[in-house]
Design a binder for this molecule. Structure first.
Ligand SMILES: NC(=O)c1ccc[n+]([C@@H]2O[C@H](COP(=O)([O-])OP(=O)(O)OC[C@H]3O[C@@H](n4cnc5c(N)ncnc54)[C@H](OP(=O)(O)O)[C@@H]3O)[C@@H](O)[C@H]2O)c1
Length: 261
């Protein structure tokens, strides 16, 4: 299926690895020029090589921390300067720490808010005038299945991410019809952070080996396995595309059917 976005320009935040990178790869494979970002320079340049190889468009890597509003301003400005405009914004962020309520400090609450909510607010605010100038403006925010059901041990994600859901739902009305805004809700997807989690479980003796850990995490997934990052990237590219022109305000689970609802 031709997604009809060849030659457009996209910014994907927190995209030197994992789900952000998978989204950048999927957009690049459709011929989109893509800005990617991350804090670690060597990881960023390796990711830029991969995104460059994925398609015919240009890739523009920018070292930036999405929890720093000045970095976010520079990220959007450099994207528009490099590509002459901006058609698609995809927001992702890092992982908040896994904590329980009684051990979580006030500082961690505010950090999680900046990491998940304010990074998204700043990016959309800076990108909005450029997306409005595009005839194809879209926003896709990566959240989590934790916006629909509380996952044990993920207090900050369970609580704070719901702010991003509310933001996207609101913007899908406020920015329409010029810009469509949707979000994707990943379940477990095999990125570096999940690999680290499993390896730590093996180290602690919770699983005999990596495959046993993978099987344990897959037990509650109706499709019987955790996801591949490319399966999320494909949905992000579709939602950003002309083929999804009547999809606005949707929250799309990408979780193999884990969410009951
Ligand atoms: N994988 C899953 O199963 C899953 C499920 C539900 C939700 N999620 C959520 O989806 C998001 C992405 O997850 P992931 O698994 O892809 O994580 P990941 O594999 O750890 O990758 C995170 C990416 O974000 C970048 N990043 C982190 N903090 C950043 C910051 N402050 N500024 C700029 N870039 C930053 C990292 O690069 P640097 O560290 O170099 O900056 C890296 O490129 C997270 O919010 C995660 O909680 C993931």
């Amino acid at each position: 299926m031709d997604l009809g976005i060849d030659g457009n320009a996209a910014l994907v935040t927190a995209s030197s690895a994992g789900l952000g990178k998978a989204s950048a790869l999927a957009l690049a494979a459709e011929g989109v020029d893509v800005t990617i970002c991350g804090r670690d320079g060597s990881r960023l340049s390796a990711a830029a090589d991969d995104v460059d190889e994925a398609g015919s468009g240009d890739v523009h890597p920018v070292r930036a921390d999405v929890t720093d509003p000045d970095d976010v301003t520079r990220l959007v400005d450099e994207t528009v300067e490099a590509f002459g405009g901006l058609d698609h914004l995809v927001t992702s962020a890092g992982n908040p720490p896994s904590t329980t309520f009684l051990e979580t400090t006030e500082r961690q609450w505010y950090q999680a808010y900046d990491q998940l909510v304010m990074s998204t607010v700043w990016t959309i605010e800076r990108a909005c005038p450029h997306l409005r100038e595009s005839s194809a403006g879209t926003i896709v925010c990566l959240t989590s299945r934790t916006v629909t059901e509380a996952v044990d041990g993920l207090l900050l994600s369970n609580t704070v991410r719901r702010g991003v859901s509310g933001l996207v739902q609101t913007l899908s009305r406020e920015f329409a019809p010029e810009i469509r805004a949707n979000s994707v809700l990943p379940g477990l997807i095999e990125t570096d952070s999940v690999v680290d989690l499993l390896e730590a479980g093996v180290e602690r003796g919770e699983y005999a080996d990596y495959d046993e850990g993978l099987a344990a995490l897959s037990a509650d997934v109706p499709l019987g396995r955790i996801g591949d990052p490319a399966e999320l990237g494909a949905v992000v590219a579709f939602l950003s595309s002309e083929r999804a022109s009547y999809v606005n305000g949707a929250e799309v689970p990408i979780d193999g059917g884990t969410i009951r609802g």
